[in-house]
Design a protein around this ligand. Structure first.
Ligand code: MF3
Ligand code: CO
Ligand code: CO
Length: 277
């Protein structure tokens, strides 16, 4: 399928959609703590999306039963919010928000740490965040999708981490999922050539061990084969002549949910931060 090149009016709408998705993700981030359930996150996304005059793109998408994907610990992606799944200190959780306003979609996710997490969980989260930024950094008119995948792979390999290959980023615009497929692995100089006006997501899923995936019987939840923790970060990106524009950028870095926060000590110190540099 042909890849859409967006004009100025469409780009303006994509900026609005991206800002809304980013805003809702930040809203969730501000409320995350031990004791909340992943269904609470779904409720917050529904409320906040409506407040912004948008629609949650994921709700009902191919039958998906919620407004947001909440992927905890060994869940790679497409975790379904559940009122019985309570976040506890030591968990990491990816929250993936997609918003539709005026017919255009914005898609972004981040992995949050609840309290003190294991070395593996912290490592996979940090490496994944760096992988996303590395992938974004090579985007420009004339570059290739293989450049993006290669940049992600380079960091993951150096850190001994795995890159999930079964799922990738995707074109986004008038639909949540459009051409092209955006692999998170690849060879520099190969693949689809990028042109100014293309919009797509980059959303690497990184593992500690081998990146083999297992699909659960619910038809959605995808987990690591060995139960090891896994992380994902996602942005919606516009290709420009000289580089890129991150349409889902955070104005201020997202908070990491660290122990001081849980113990109510945050007033006394700076919250730990994670977010686009
Ligand atoms: N937001 C997800 C993505 O990054 C879409 C998940 S599809 C759903 O592509 F149906 F599970 F929501
Ligand atoms: Co996406
Ligand atoms: Co997403």
């Amino acid at each position: 399928m042909a890849i859409v090149i967006h004009g100025a009016d469409e780009i303006a709408k994509m900026r609005v959609a991206g800002e809304i998705a980013a805003g809702t993700l930040a809203y969730v981030a501000s409320k995350l703590r031990a004791g909340v359930t992943t269904k609470d996150i779904d409720n917050w996304v529904r409320e906040d999306t409506a407040r912004r005059g948008a629609l949650p793109s994921q709700l009902g998408y191919k039958g998906f039963p919620a407004a947001v994907c909440t992927s905890r610990n060994e869940i790679i992606c497409h975790g379904i919010p559940n009122p019985e799944h309570v976040l506890v200190a030591g968990d990491i959780v990816n929250v993936d928000v997609t918003s539709n306003i005026d017919g255009y979609h914005g898609d972004t996710s981040a992995t949050f740490q609840i309290g003190e997490v294991s070395d593996d969980a912290r490592k996979v989260t940090d490496v994944c965040f760096r992988c996303l930024n590395a992938g974004i950094s090579v985007v420009r008119h004339g570059a290739r999708l293989g450049d993006v995948g290669a940049a992600i792979m380079e960091i993951a390999s150096k850190e001994g981490c795995g890159v999930v290959e079964e799922f990738g980023g995707h074109g986004i615009g008038r639909k949540m999922h459009m051409a092209p497929h955006v692999p998170h692995n690849g060879t520099a100089g190969r693949g689809v050539r990028l042109r100014a006006g293309m919009t797509f997501t980059i959303e690497p899923m990184i593992t500690i061990g081998h990146p083999r995936v297992v699909q659960l019987d619910d038809g959605w939840t995808v987990v690591t084969h060995d139960g090891s923790p896994t992380a994902q970060f996602e942005h919606t990106v516009l290709v420009t002549k000289d580089g890129y524009e991150v349409l889902t950028a955070q104005r201020t870095p997202l908070p990491l949910i660290r122990p001081g926060f849980l113990e109510g000590e945050q007033a006394g110190g700076e919250p730990a931060l994670a977010g686009p540099a």
